[in-house]
Design a protein around this ligand. Structure first.
Ligand code: EPU
Length: 420
């Protein structure tokens, strides 16, 4: 298993290119199942989750090719039976359910389990498929969905933690080929949903309102191939922005979309970090005297849960008390124990982490537990004195394209160790 060996203490400086968004490209790849024609996806990040999704689509019979940052998918002949082990391993692959049901009127997808960040139910996905007229059962570990036809309907997709991103994606994809008009109320507003809707519309779908809580889909008979460039990854951009601020460096994030990052940028500015943008990108400049603040994760356009762990690390550097409250995934605090090992002062109180700063972090061996927790540990390693060994970085490779290469270009000392 690979690890990162980080020698902390160097401020990051320079320019770095932001890759395409993982959470946009995964449902977009699944959407290619909706047509027999070839689809071409540009600006796709090179990530293990993306090749994994490629394998899932291949197991369904699609032809998938990734050359650099371009993926070509042709799903002319497919079956509706997702490989049990493959689908089970990556939660994101649940978004094949909607397209398979719409195209074949039959889908069998393994029931995704919980994961380290929380229980992660899929009741809202199933509710959406049932609302469109499918008979959905859970049998022998599979979600089995069948329909004679799908029919447009008004559905409410809000859950206890608000809307669901991939549930909205599944509902939207299934509804593109349903008869009549579907209205999704309490839809997720994430930019990744807008990107998916843009791709589907390029395929001939009729979707309005994506990016707002009400999405209207007028079903069409069939979809055709399309070409699309994926939006830049706002979570990667936020992670690098936080790394720049935490190391008191100055970094320009080329291609970042500040309009997708208001909540994160607002918090950085509140903490005293200098943020500026122009046609070249978003520039983040760290300051010596950071201010503490409170952060609560929320559905978009609120503060993203996917940036909670990284922000916690930055707050360890602000003198005073900060509180980070997690409202989307109940147990997304696996990084806290590892941050304590590095010398942070953080107490968990229910869904909140109480952070007392400034902490003088010092390097140690730590274990990555999930994707964003790993990113947080890397940021911590960049500011800790001495050497930090972040183990199990395969989590990072799921969602950050060549993070160590990007950080080295910015002056950091980060080495990938193939064995540790
Ligand atoms: N929820 C339900 N029922 C459902 C679905 C979700 O109660 O049927 C709850 C969840 O338990 C959670 C909340 O609704 O409390 C939101 O979950 P959501 O469905 O929006 O999450 P997701 O679509 O499975 C995507 C991202 C996650 C990101 C979340 C929230 C992808 C591939 N994954 O997951 O990304 O944290 O939205 O923004 O798009 C990551 O990239 O590290 C990651 C975990």
């Amino acid at each position: 298993m690979h690890s990162f060996l980080i020698k902390g203490g160097t401020p990051l400086h320079g320019e770095v290119e932001i890759s395409g968004a993982k959470n946009a490209v995964l449902p977009i790849m699944a959407a290619a199942l909706l047509t027999r024609d070839e689809c071409v996806i540009h600006n796709a990040p090179v990530l293990s989750d993306v090749s994994f999704m490629g394998r899932v689509l291949t197991s369904l019979g699609a032809k998938v090719r990734q050359r650099g940052h371009t993926i070509t998918i042709q799903a002319d002949r497919i079956n509706g039976h997702g490989d049990y082990e493959l689908v089970r391993k990556m939660r994101g692959s649940i978004c094949i359910l909607g397209p398979l049901l719409a195209r074949l009127k039959h889908a069998e997808v393994s029931f995704p389990g919980g994961c380290v960040i929380g229980a992660r139910p899929i009741d809202l996905h199933l509710k959406a498929m049932r609302a469109l007229g499918a008979n959905v059962k859970v049998e022998a570990g599979y979600v089995v969905a069948k329909a004679r036809r799908l029919e447009g309907v008004r559905m409410f997709l809000g859950g206890k933690a608000g809307p669901t991103v991939l549930g909205t994606a599944n509902a939207m994809m299934a509804a593109t080929l349903a008869e009549g008009v579907t209205v999704i109320e309490s839809a997720a507003c994430e930019p990744e949903i807008v990107d998916l809707a843009n791709f589907l519309n390029a395929m001939g779908a009729r979707i309005e309102g994506a990016g707002s809580p009400t999405i209207t889909i007028t079903g069409v008979k069939e979809l055709h191939g399309a070409e699309h460039a994926v939006i830049p990854d706002r979570i990667e951009a936020a992670t690098l922005a936080i790394a720049a601020a935490a190391t008191r460096g100055e970094v320009t994030l080329k291609g970042a979309r500040p309009d997708h990052m208001h909540a994160v940028l607002d918090k950085l500015v509140t903490m005293g970090v200098k943020v500026d943008w122009d046609a070249n990108g978003l520039t983040v400049k760290g300051v010596r005297d950071l201010q503490p603040t409170d952060v609560t994760t929320q559905p978009y356009a609120g503060f993203p849960t996917d940036v909670q762990a990284q922000m916690t690390v930055l707050l360890t550097q602000a003198p005073g008390v900060s509180i980070v409250t997690e409202r989307i995934f109940e147990s997304r605090f696996m990084h806290i124990g590892e941050l304590l090992r590095l010398g942070a002062d953080i107490t968990l109180e229910g869904p909140s982490a109480v952070i007392k700063g400034p902490a003088r972090l010092s390097g140690a061996a730590v274990m990555a537990s999930d994707l964003r927790a790993s990113a947080a540990l890397v940021v911590a390693g960049l500011i800790a004195r001495g050497e930090t060994l972040v183990k199990r970085v395969y989590h990072l490779d799921r969602g950050y394209e060549k993070l160590e290469v990007k950080l080295r270009r910015l002056g950091a000392s980060v080495q990938r160790l193939k064995r540790s």
